[in-house]
Design a binder for this molecule. Structure first.
Ligand SMILES: Nc1ncnc2c1ncn2[C@@H]1O[C@H](COP(=O)(O)OP(=O)(O)OP(=O)(O)O)[C@@H](O)[C@H]1O
Length: 249
């Protein structure tokens, strides 16, 4: 469902994403991890058609953005790291806008939206988005994507700003969608989320995928025999040295 072939992005002479390959299937939750600045958001932006790769190719449901941009965009849902919404719209107007843009059946969409609002405690859609907190915007953005039930969902740091209950609900909904055959690609710094939710994990560092596999497969890469994703992540990305520095502080 999601395929990246030698995907590369250069900003002038800096290579942010360096020839990465991905293959993510229906019914799979793929966690994309990496230190700050590793290339996660740049990758998501290329996978979702908002940033043109320098070279390489992205295929979503075996189609490329070059030839099928609109069709792909109708079938994917994107929760960006910063929820960008029109601040002078009310939440209800934003939802109406989404229903119109995606030509959704209004009755069906509103029914689903209401259910999601109940689950996420969204009771503020008659207020202006400009007055929402980051978490309130994030919940509305997540709801506007889930309402459409897209076949492929990309989430960049989806739990940032969400409270514990909303995080739990999001995890449950994503699990349900995965069971129904949806393909989910998410980035997170919360390794516990990756550990518990993801079928496979890819670790990117300096623009290159340095490890990929199930949690079991990643555990075999640990030189110290550790089974915790946090230890494996730090081993692979050089974070262990930092622990030595902290000891000396
Ligand atoms: N438009 C841009 N112009 C120049 N450099 C950029 C641009 N966008 C991203 N970069 C650089 O590309 C690298 C990867 O950035 P990216 O946002 O993909 O990292 P990330 O893994 O998502 O990081 P974080 O976990 O901190 O969000 C960084 O060094 C960043 O400064």
């Amino acid at each position: 469902m999601i395929k990246a072939i030698n995907l590369t992005k250069r900003f002038k002479d800096f290579t942010a994403v360096d020839s990465i390959n991905l293959l993510i299937k229906p019914g799979e939750i793929y966690g994309f991890l990496g230190p700050n600045g590793a290339g996660k958001t740049t990758t998501i932006r290329m996978l979702t058609g908002t940033l043109k790769p320098t070279s390489g190719e992205v295929l979503i449901m075996e189609k490329s953005y070059k030839d099928y941009e609109l069709e792909i965009k109708r079938n994917i849902g994107v929760v960006p790291d910063e929820p960008k919404m029109y601040e002078n719209l009310k939440g209800s107007e934003f939802i109406e806008f989404i229903i119109n843009v995606y030509k959704l059946d209004p009755k069906e969409a509103y029914n689903r939206f209401e259910e999601i609002c109940e689950a996420f405690n969204i009771d503020y859609i008659n207020n202006f988005i400009g007055d929402y907190s980051h978490g309130m915007k994030q919940k509305l953005m997540v709801a506007s994507v889930l309402m459409r039930k897209p076949k492929v969902i990309f989430l960049d740091e989806p739990t940032v700003g969400l409270d514990a209950k909303a995080t739990k609900i999001l995890k449950e909904i994503l699990h349900k969608y995965k069971e129904e055959g949806c393909c989910i690609f998410l980035t997170t710094h919360i390794l516990e989320i990756a550990e518990k939710m993801c079928d496979r994990i890819g670790i990117i560092d300096h623009g290159r995928i340095i490890a990929e596999g199930t949690l079991e497969e990643l555990r075999t890469l640990s030189k110290t025999g550790s089974t915790s994703l946090e230890d494996i992540f730090l081993e692979l990305t050089g974070g262990e040295e930092i622990m030595d520095i902290i000891k000396d502080l």
